[in-house]
Design a protein around this ligand. Sequence first.
Ligand code: ATP
Ligand code: MG
Length: 420
Amino acid sequence: MKFYTSPSFSRTLERLEIVRSSLRWTPQLNRAGIQKILRQTNELRQDILLLSGEERYKQKLCERISQQNTPTGQRRQALSDRSFVFEGVFGDNPKLLEVLETLEKAAGTDLPVLVEGESGTGKELLAKVIHANSNRSEKPFISVNCGAIISTLLESELFGHAKGAFTGADKARKGKFEAADSGTIFLDEIGELPPESQVKLLRVLQSGEIQRVGSDEVICVGPRVVAATNRNLYEMMLEGRFREDLYYRLSVISVTLPPLRERRDEIPLLIDYFCAEASKELNRSKVNLSPRLRHFLMSYAYRGNIRELRNIIYRISCLSDDVADLKHLPETIRPTSASTEETKTTVSETSLTLDEVRKAASDAAEKAFLEERLIETKGNVTALSKRLNMNRSYLQTLLKKQGMRAKDFKIRTHEKKKRA
Ligand SMILES: Nc1ncnc2c1ncn2[C@@H]1O[C@H](COP(=O)(O)OP(=O)(O)OP(=O)(O)O)[C@@H](O)[C@H]1O
Ligand SMILES: [Mg+2]
């Protein structure tokens, strides 16, 4: 089974290089060889078409933000006028713009940058922005996840090893620092770096020299270092869990990405972009969101930030037909009782009269109101009737009309407690 992976510029360039070098080293091409090269170039052509479509879409969205005649729109436009490369970073939230403006100034230097922010806020994307705006943009961008590599292998991963340095080292190997030499090395999850590796990293940053594991040879390296963490590195340093000297070396320029819940103004734009991206990836038409799903997505807390929003949009794009609704959300975040409901009539249905549309809207508002209040009173109808100053049997009639069962709200609350 062949899995489709979306193209990226770096992968496409790499594949182009493979075709070029195989042509360079092939003395003669027979028919099968020519066909193979044609197939490879066709695939490359396809990827380039997809990438340029994606670029145009991103550009259009960015232009839309910049053209808004707001102070933040103007700041974004100013960045764009100064040829700042956004690398697909959307939004014109003031906090985000401040980060981008800082990076614009820092990008052209070789100063180390520390990017902090909760998980999924776009730290890696920002590291790519720094690289793309630097004069190293044509050189490699090498990413190392310091938390994902076991500590005994981390050193050889970062600095390489000599042949025979340890069991299994049957060949000499370059490390990430050497591979990134005149480009950028991105040290992700730097807060996970064990103390012994912190000392070695500090030494390399101070001297600009590395030694492969098991070798005495000193090799000069000069990648630009960008580090990221979702921990509070400053606090870790104060508590003695992260070396002070390394902290100050890495954080000459430091920026913090705000969580998505503090930049809700960007949610509609991100929804629009991810819906378009998902439609392309999943090869389906762009999904429409029901008004109440849109309302939910606008007010949800997003612990996983932009990545969580992106995953939700991919999920609903995959599971829904034309209109996605609350029932397509993952169960863990779905508002109570939405799972059993069918998607409600929306005003976009053209066959309805104005009165019918009014009634549908009023029904939907009534239902949303009752749902919210039932969640608050944990499904207790008596408590709710008192709170609303409403006759209990009238409230029961309303719930019945809306097809809602108070006990559904009790069970959910009970389940949540059990899970907690
Ligand atoms: N401002 C933004 N505009 C558009 N897409 C964004 C933005 N910020 C992040 N994303 C997207 O959100 C996803 C998560 O971003 P990224 O991997 O950079 O986050 P992260 O902070 O490194 O997360 P983690 O801490 O979990 O590693 C990616 O798909 C990225 O392209
Ligand atoms: Mg990351």
